[in-house]
Design a protein around this ligand. Structure first.
Ligand code: AMP
Length: 494
């Protein structure tokens, strides 16, 4: 499986797979159903990762683990499995990776047996200096078991000379750069931590006496837990039998939460930073309509389902043009079926979507989607609308053009594969075959998020995919590893 290299084995491993996960994390301390709750939480967070999933629990004596390739329903939806995962504390992870290779050894939570006891960790985000750190650690004798950037943290903990686990973890995190929302489990504690800019989400909840950490609030809803608050950027929570302790071990910095979580990635029923994702998407649609509704009007607003729906509802409300389902989505298309080859992926859009002719034929359509990445989806959908008799197609996108790759945990292709990096909106319009195309402006996006215009000196969000303004330095990329960030496919999770 490993790429041929003249370097010794473990260094070869290091070159094999770059940081490329979009993931979900969940952790619970307390109660008698820790693993069952974790499995349910992971199920609610399935949209953040479908490639693999796992749980590690602790029962006072032993750690118990179950990990597997596939969705939560396939790997953890089994009473026997949950019964084996005994304990009052557990953490879990859904992995979203672009390569199947090496999937088994990369499935999280990772587990390590330290001198001070067992330790499990699960990570959402990407470290931007993982390769540099890993090279140093390997040269210093560390033996890596996986190719995930997360394992770097484990080795840094092992090397730390601090005495307590929490201090060792803090020590380790002072070396890493990038985006991370982590949950970790030791024999005594559940720990949650968000990187200093808070790029990826992490929320705190409560169910009876149990404390819970999760990527999104929808994971609380499924188990009837109450949302307490967001974990703050740079905050580290230590949860044990004495309750929740909050530490701020990093120098304070202005937060830069990922705006693409609002646009596409998070579930619409989640609440982030006190803002409902659904409401945010609708508001973006309203601003989009105010910015770019065609002068000659339109007959119908049609969302690209499902991710374009809330923005299309907002667009329709603001423009006064009726919202209709002009595209019907088949919910039974398996992800694995549409992914394996470019040809099948190409077919995938047709398998998944079908035009609703009675709505589309003879109409001037506003077609709303959340983003254009390579342009594959829009090209197919537009073709489909034309074949169903659409008279005019005006595509409206509820994000600015995606012209830059994300290095902080959203899976995007390299720059040269991003259609917006080589063409302006007029060029993209021509290539995808629409009568007009408009993206929300960056200021419009900030306005929709209640922030006024983008403050270029201190933007409220990480918007690097749109602006190229990367808030955490890209050590590995700048060291010449940019090519390792190659994405083979954008996977459809909507
Ligand atoms: P593309 O077909 O490459 O232009 O991708 C755009 C489509 O993929 C849109 O319909 C989005 O809803 C969806 N999308 C955008 N970003 C991602 C992502 N990181 N992972 C999976 N799907 C995405």
């Amino acid at each position: 499986m490993l790429a041929p290299s003249d370097k010794p084995g473990l260094v070869t491993l290091l070159e094999e797979e770059g940081p490329r996960e979009e993931c979900a994390v969940f952790g619970i301390y307390g109660g008698s159903e820790a693993s069952a709750h974790t499995a349910l939480g992971l199920h609610a967070l399935q949209h953040r990762g479908q490639e693999a999933t796992g749980i590690v629990s602790f029962d006072g004596k032993r750690f118990n683990a179950q990990r597997g390739v596939g969705e939560v329903g396939a790997v953890l939806n089994n009473e026997e499995v949950i019964k084996r995962l005994t304990g009052y504390a557990a953490i879990g992870h859904n992995r979203y990776a672009t390569t199947g290779e090496g999937a088994v050894h990369n499935i999280q939570p990772l587990f390590a047996e330290f001198a001070f006891g067992g330790f499990a960790i699960a990570h959402n985000g990407n470290l931007t200096n993982a390769r540099a750190l890993r090279r140093r650690l390997v040269e210093g004798g560390s033996l890596f078991q996986s190719t995930t950037d997360t394992e770097v943290i484990v080795h840094l903990i092992a090397r730390s000379v601090r005495s307590t686990l929490v201090d060792r973890l803090i020590d380790a995190l002072h070396h890493v750069e990038g985006a991370y929302s982590l949950v970790a489990l030791s024999q005594k504690k559940l720990i949650g931590v968000r990187d200093p800019l808070g790029i990826r989400p992490l929320v705190l909840g409560k169910l009876g006496d149990a404390h819970i950490l999760a990527s999104e609030t929808c994971a609380f809803d499924i188990i009837g837990a109450e949302f307490v608050r967001d974990v703050a950027p740079g905050e580290l929570l230590v949860i044990d039998e004495s309750g929740v302790q909050s530490l701020f071990p990093f120098a304070k910095q202005p937060s830069r939460f990922c705006v693409f979580e609002y646009i596409y990635f998070a579930r619409p029923d989640s609440v982030m930073e006190g803002r409902g994702v659904y409401g945010a998407r609708k508001r973006i649609g309203e601003v989009l309509a105010a910015e770019s509704h065609p002068e000659n009007g339109a007959d119908v607003v049609v969302p690209v389902p499902d991710s374009g729906v809330p923005a299309a509802i907002g667009y329709a409300a603001a423009s006064g043009v009726p919202f209709e389902y002009g595209i019907i989505r088949n919910h039974y298309v398996g992800r694995t079926f549409i992914e394996p080859t470019a040809q099948i992926r190409h077919l995938g859009v047709k398998l998944k979507h079908n035009p609703n002719r009675s709505i589309v034929a003879g109409k001037r359509i506003i077609l709303v989607d959340d983003s254009i990445v390579r342009g594959t989806t829009s090209r197919k959908i537009v073709e489909m609308m034309r074949s169903a008799g659409a008279k005019e197609i005006h595509m409206r996108i509820s994000s600015p053009p995606t012209a830059n790759p994300c290095y902080y945990g959203i899976d995007t292709p390299e720059r040269d594969e991003l259609i917006a990096s080589r063409l302006d909106p007029a060029g993209i319009a021509k290539e995808i075959g629409v009568d007009s195309l408009a993206f929300i402006s960056i200021d419009g996006l900030y306005e929709a998020m209640g922030k006024g215009n983008r403050d270029n000196a201190a933007p409220a969000f990480c918007d690097a995919c749109f602006t190229g303004d990367y808030p955490v330095r890209l050590t590995d990329r700048d060291d010449g590893n940019a090519g390792k960030h190659d994405r083979k496919s954008i996977q459809q999770v909507d």
